[in-house]
Design a binder for this molecule. Structure first.
Ligand code: PSU
Ligand code: MN
Length: 333
């Protein structure tokens, strides 16, 4: 009797196991495509840097978006890591893009800006899109990539206490264990409230370098202090390793101040930001359109100066983030 039951149970278990394997294969095949260079690096424990693609599809115009995306990948490679730009093509999350795929996303007008909440729809409908910080963090985590570099993350919008316009990037940082390297947040947002929200979400925020001041993307100062600062790549990697080692399910934010040369144009850009914000209000722009609208307006008002600065800042973050990924991979060996 007992033998019979064990036999049945065994058969049941093996059916479950094989189904699990089938489902896993299906999930992997249906939803993800990992580029071979990225897959190999991950299997060999070599450093990989995840990169987002909303910056390409909604953050900058063609063709600067394409050249930026290519240059950033090259910076990752030069610094000893493997780039994995994340994007969605015909309903599949691609981790690592070919140059044709980059060209497609950079040149398309109708692709979706994809955060966590957009994923089920975009995947089930077979659509294409650029992944935001939140969308990219999900993909990076599922692929086993602990470090992700971008320009600036989303945050609490000004007036967010009334509109509840709080970027899903912040809740993602609270629930997904990936380290995001950014130049803080742009002052299009309420920086003080963004830091408060990150604290509530349990996100360990560290400024990078000599100062604890939280940077405001175009400017090295925001008037707000980060709770911590790490002096160099090694300290940043150790902080990330502690978070991962402890099994915290939350992310880490490393905030890198922009290079001194870029900070010079910060004041001019700040004035444009003010004007763009008031235009967004008077035009009644809301929801996911707000950030792309502001970025484009600021670029227009500064005759492209903000775009040049934007690109230089992303490049700087990429250098730092790649070195952090290299240091982290050594720690984890
Ligand atoms: N901030 C920037 N440039 C950007 C973005 C934010 O300075 O391109 C993009 C990022 O992809 C970020 C997203 O994840 O906008 C946040 O959008 P929202 O504010 O709608 O959450
Ligand atoms: Mn929003």
């Amino acid at each position: 009797m007992i033998r019979k039951m064990t036999y049945r149970l065994g058969r049941h278990m093996s059916a479950v196991a094989s189904r699990t394997i089938q489902v896993r294969r299906f999930l992997h095949g249906a939803y993800f495509r990992i580029q071979p260079s990225v897959q190999e690096a991950l299997m060999e424990g070599r450093p990989v840097v995840a990169l987002e693609s909303t910056i390409i599809t909604h953050g900058m115009a063609y063709p600067q978006n394409l050249s930026m995306a290519r240059e950033v990948e090259e910076i990752v490679t030069t610094n000893g890591a493997v780039p994995a730009t994340v994007g969605i093509l015909r309903g599949r999350i691609h981790i690592g893009l070919t140059d044709e795929e980059l060209q497609f996303l950079a040149g398309s007008k109708n692709v979706v800006k994809v955060s966590r909440r957009d994923l089920p729809y975009v995947l089930s409908q077979g659509l294409s899109g650029g992944t935001t910080v939140s969308g990219t963090m999900i993909a990076a985590h599922k692929a086993g990539i602990p470090v992700f570099v971008t320009g600036g993350i989303g945050g609490v919008h000004r007036g967010g206490e009334n509109t509840l316009d709080v970027s899903a990037d912040l809740t993602e940082l609270g629930r997904t264990p990936v380290a995001v390297v950014s130049a803080g947040v742009k002052s299009i947002l309420d920086i003080g409230k963004t830091l408060e929200y990150l604290e509530t979400q349990g996100v360990c925020v560290a400024a990078f370098g000599e100062s604890r001041e939280f940077p405001a993307f175009f400017s090295r100062q925001s008037g707000f202090q980060a709770p911590y600062h790490v002096h160099n790549e090694q300290e940043a990697a150790e902080l990330i390793a502690s978070s991962l080692g402890l099994g915290l399910s939350s992310g880490v934010l490393i905030a890198v101040p922009c290079p001194h040369e870029q900070a010079a144009s910060g004041q001019v850009i700040e004035e444009a930001i003010q004007q763009a914000l008031s235009e967004a209000r008077s035009k009644g722009i809301t929801g996911k359109e707000v950030t792309p609208f502001l970025l484009q307006k600021i670029n227009e008002l500064t005759n492209g100066k903000s775009l040049d600065s934007n690109i230089a800042v992303i490049q700087n973050n990429t250098r730092v983030g790649s070195c952090i990924a290299v240091a982290l991979s050594k720690l984890r060996k």
